[in-house]
Design a protein around this ligand. Structure first.
Ligand code: ZN
Ligand code: MN
Length: 475
């Protein structure tokens, strides 16, 4: 198995929407298309009506450069757009305004590198292009009796990041995508949590076989699954010559790849310069001004966590591979908690929970303040680490406020313990006990005394039972 895995070559083409933008790439339609009715977030430009002309969204170029700088790519000195021709209903113009790195063309950036667990994955190029429309099917692509097209997404700015085929396992491919998402989120250009904001095509080949491209992979988890399936499929075809160069579709319902078409050759796209957009030369000053706006990147943050906060290198790696997770961690630190314990809890317990439930950090309901309080309770010896972790899992997705958490945290529900407290209160309040023996209506007063004695921590139901039992022996 290991030996075979070494022969796998995986490359990724990742389309990332610049969700930070207010408008589309070449028109002034809103960039946030997600909550509008189908085919309402459109205009003559993004639907390619004859006579309409595109104009470049300046912020889109700036954010695209930012993304390229974040992965240490070399920014081209000129911006050129090309037409990528193909006939498909998701492109009303019959061409996509994209970029091309041959025949005098150049993409926004080239080279670049993303580090995952100390391994450097090299990028070949980064380009900026418009998103096509979204096509939906009933069930799967192969069985659907119709296709539905929504042009709201057409013209949204995409940054396409293409890796060298250097990834060696499906797992690595997933880690790469996670890291890329974290990088883009750290610089604030793409919210990877939005449906369809980061979409990936993967190509995979096994030594001796041809390159197969897999399209339509919905999530990072699916990327890993699709690649694992395809690796196994290619391995089982004994005669490598059977694996032809083709495009396969990932059917996430049946979890298999299905042959779509023989892969089109580059010349099929008949690339030629987009004459409606003149080339634009970048000045050094312009690029430098963008560099100045870059915020801390995951790798730098990881180093800081290790060197300045004392987090273990492996925990720091995990934390910074998800911006929301790293943010949560740093917010907890504002409440005087031990960083080591806090990072351990987040990486093992919180992350474990998120993976099991298949939910995002954003869906965590417990606040860093509550979380820190729990940890401090453990550190102060008020509760055991085990109890603390149990409570943590309970509060992760509930909206319990501080008081409720505290109540559950310190609730006294052990009957023996309640019994002791009741006894003590009874001894100190003989008159009230006498009253309660004769008059049931005064029992609430005793309840109140016990709640006061325990700062409301005594479990009311159990307390009531214990009181009733004690009173009945006195009657
Ligand atoms: Zn438009
Ligand atoms: Mn593309």
């Amino acid at each position: 198995m290991m030996k075979n895995d070494l022969q796998i070559k995986i490359g990724l083409e990742v389309h990332c929407q610049l969700t930070s933008l207010r408008t589309k790439l070449f028109c002034s339609c809103p960039s946030n298309y997600r909550n509008s009715e189908p085919n309402t977030n459109i205009c003559p430009i993004c639907t390619g009506l004859p006579g309409s002309l595109p104009s470049i969204n300046e912020q889109a170029i700036k954010d695209g450069i930012k993304a390229a700088l974040a992965v240490k790519a070399n920014i081209a000195d000129i911006l050129k757009f090309y037409r990528k021709n193909y006939f498909y209903p998701d492109l009303p113009k019959n061409f996509q305004i994209s970029q091309y790195d041959k025949a005098g063309g150049v993409t926004l950036a080239s080279k670049g590198v993303v580090e995952i667990k100390g391994r450097r994955i090299h990028l070949s190029r980064i380009q900026i292009e418009e998103d096509p429309a979204k096509i939906s099917y009933e069930g799967t692509i192969s069985s659907s009796p119709y296709s539905l097209i929504d042009y709201n997404r057409a013209g949204i700015t995409l940054v396409e990041i293409i890796t060298e085929p250097e990834l060696k396992t499906p797992r690595q491919a997933r880690l790469f995508l996670q890291k890329l998402r974290s990088i883009l989120e750290h610089i604030g250009v793409c919210d990877g949590g939005l449906e369809g904001a980061i979409r990936c095509d993967a190509n995979i080949s096994i030594k001796g076989g041809k390159r197969v491209e897999i399209k339509n992979i919905g999530s990072f988890k699916e990327v890993e699954r699709a690649l694992s399936f395809e690796a196994t499929r290619q391995k089982t075809i004994n005669n490598r010559n059977i694996v032809g160069m083709e495009t396969r579709h990932w059917d996430d319902v049946r979890r298999v790849t299905v042959s779509m078409r023989v892969k089109e050759e580059e010349q099929d796209y008949r690339y030629f310069p987009e004459a409606d957009l003149v080339p634009f030369r970048f000045e050094k000053k312009f690029i430098n001004s963008i560099k100045k706006t870059m915020s801390e990147l995951p790798d730098a943050r990881r180093e800081r966590f290790v060197k300045e906060i004392g987090v273990s290198p492996s925990n720091a790696e995990v934390l910074t591979s998800d911006k929301a997770l790293a943010d949560f961690f740093e917010k907890c630190l504002e409440y005087q908690v031990n960083p080591k314990r806090t990072s351990n809890w987040i990486v093992s317990d919180v992350l474990g929970f998120l993976n099991r439930e298949d939910i995002e950090v954003k869906q965590i309901r417990v606040t860093p303040k509550e979380f820190a309080k729990l940890i401090r309770s453990v550190e102060a010896g008020k509760i055991s680490e085990q109890t603390g972790k149990k409570l943590l899992l309970k509060t992760l997705t509930t909206k319990d406020d501080a008081l409720q958490i505290k109540e559950t945290m310190f609730r006294i529900s052990d009957p023996d313990e309640v019994n002791k407290i009741v006894e003590k209160v009874f001894n100190e309040n003989k008159k009230a006990v006498e009253d309660a023996v004769g008059n049931k209506n005064t029992i609430n007063y005793l309840m109140g005394l016990i709640m006061k004695a325990t700062s409301s921590r005594a479990d009311p139901k159990i307390t009531r039972k214990v009181i009733d039992a004690k009173l009945s022996t006195l009657r």
